[in-house]
Design a protein around this ligand. Structure first.
Ligand code: HEC
Length: 156
């Protein structure tokens, strides 16, 4: 039973990483690296927008726009952009993905699921327009980005 549970968990983590087992592979290696770098870069922009609203004048609509972008990317099955052969190589710049990202399926599944949960929650909280709640959730979401970067991304 324990074995079966472990297998199921590993399978789930793999599904999160790869989208679904039958996910279509789209793009050459170079494109996949570019797309994932672009997606993360766009999330950086959106996090910056939320931060500006939390620290400056709070504008509910801007926070909703930015949170929805992050939520869409979080649910876009980006794991499909980590096909074998993209461990190294250049998109807009050399990939910063660590080799462990391609082998530690369980660890990746954990941080990816944590991030997905916080991103969906961020969109919900943004819709409420509650500035204090947005601030708190922004902190949690940022932690979930960091959790993955610390383990799976090469530092600048
Ligand atoms: C599941 C792991 C994971 C999560 C979650 C994650 N990142 Fe990343 N991030 C990466 C990896 C891996 C790279 C390097 C990608 C590459 O170069 O191929 C990266 C790169 C980046 C970059 C640099 C992009 C570039 O090349 O210009 C930024 C900015 C970034 N992430 C922001 C974020 C933000 C903001 C969040 C949360 C809202 C986030 N990331 C969540 C793994 C993650």
């Amino acid at each position: 039973m324990k074995k079966i549970t472990q297998t199921l968990i590993a399978g789930l983590a793999l599904t999160v990483l790869a989208g679904t087992a039958s996910a279509q592979v789209v793009g050459k290696s170079e494109d996949q690296i570019r797309w994932r770098q672009s997606a993360y870069h766009t999330m950086g922009w959106s996090m910056g927008r939320i931060k500006a609203n939390v620290e400056g004048t709070f504008n509910k609509d801007q926070v909703i726009e930015a949170a929805n972008v992050i939520q869409a990317i979080a649910n876009s099955k980006m794991g499909a952009l980590y096909q074998p052969g993209t461990e190294t190589g250049k998109g807009w710049k050399n990939t910063q993905a660590k080799a462990e990202l391609f082998t530690d399926k369980e660890g990746v599944g954990k941080v990816a699921m944590g991030f997905g949960k916080e991103a969906n929650e961020m969109a919900k909280v943004a819709a409420s327009g509650d500035a204090a709640a947005v601030k708190a959730q922004f902190g949690k979401l940022g932690e979930s980005c960091k959790a993955c970067h610390e383990k799976f991304r090469v530092k600048d």
